[in-house]
Design a protein around this ligand. Structure first.
Ligand code: BT5
Length: 280
């Protein structure tokens, strides 16, 4: 682990977590380049499952495919958790959705906001991004050795804090609820939810999570634009299948998407209105 990071005193609410695995060790930093980077290094050094890295800010917070995660101090949650599930690397999308469910549930129960999940890794509210998940892994012969679940949540940001470019359609809990919230309390809630779903996943597989997703996924019936494996197309979202793939229908063609980025263009109602007005 990089040694030039200064550790912060752990918030008291995180001392006695009612969890067995997640939060067994917590490292809290003032600033790191990326909590995922720090967690990956610790995991390689043999840190136990459930080790948590928290930072007040990140200088190189990252998203998928080299994208950046805007991580200013004092307002956001930047957290990474080391896990060692006995699973194949092809199931990583399931873990991303597991983390999205936990983040969504923690935000909703703690703040009263009604956020939802935008496949594969966003928590959104009113079409704006509130949180993002980045799962990174090391594997051997298709088996996961360890993985890091990175979660970034915009908690107390004001609109003015977001940079004019590079953070499309972002929002925060404070913007949505017109109220500030304790980041520490929210972290506690998040870790409890993560542990709950992780134990279910380890014991029973993806089934229960898939059922929960049916309530939390934002765009079934919606019309989306998909960019996946260099292809761009539009279609109607039919749902998420039990492999955590997104199912899209474009006319007669049904596609299963296992990676990519979607943009929600219409709600189901707008989609129906568009079809209806096309008939006139
Ligand atoms: C993600 O990537 O959404 C995953 C973000 C994961 C961040 C956490 S923070 C703790 C841990 N340590 C890390 O270094 N990372 C994880 P992606 O789907 O690729 O979305 C990235 C895009 O989201 C960017 O290109 C921006 O458009 C937008 N974005 C960047 N920062 C944002 C923010 N704070 N709020 C909302 N949107 C943001």
């Amino acid at each position: 682990m990089q040694s030039n990071y200064s550790l912060l005193k752990l918030p008291t609410v995180l001392y006695c977590l009612p969890t067995r695995i997640i939060g067994s060790r917590i490292f809290s930093f003032k600033e790191v380049d990326s909590t995922n980077e720090t967690a990956m290094t610790l995991a390689q050094e043999g840190a136990p499952e459930g080790t948590v890295i928290i930072a007040d800010s990140q200088t190189k917070g990252r998203g998928r495919h080299g994208r950046k995660w805007f991580s200013p101090p004092k307002v956001g949650i930047y957290i990474s958790i080391i896990l060692r599930p006995k699973t194949l690397v092809e199931n990583i999308r399931q873990i991303t959705l597991l983390a999205a469910i936990a983040a969504c549930e923690a935000i909703n129960s703690h703040t009263g906001i009604k956020s939802g999940i935008k496949w594969p890794n966003d928590v959104i509210v009113n079409g704006r991004k509130l949180a993002g998940i980045l799962v990174e892994t090391q594997w051997k012969k298709e088996k996961v050795k360890h993985l890091v679940v990175g979660i970034g949540i915009n908690v107390n940001h004001t609109l003015k804090m977001f940079p004019p470019k590079g953070v499309d359609a972002a929002t925060s809990i404070a913007i949505q609820s017109k109220k500030e919230f304790s980041r520490e309390e929210l972290i506690k809630e998040l870790l409890i939810k993560l542990e709950k779903w992780y134990i279910i996943y380890c014991n029973e597989g993806f089934d229960q999570l898939w059922k929960r997703l049916q309530k939390l996924v934002q765009c079934p019936g919606g019309w989306v634009e998909v960019v996946s494996l260099g292809q761009r197309f539009e279609g109607e979202v039919l749902g998420i299948d039990k492999n955590a793939d997104l199912i899209i229908r474009t006319g007669e063609i049904i596609r299963r998407i296992n990676q990519g980025r979607i943009t929600i263009n219409y709600t189901q109602q707008q989609h129906m209105d568009a079809i209806y007005s096309g008939w006139q």
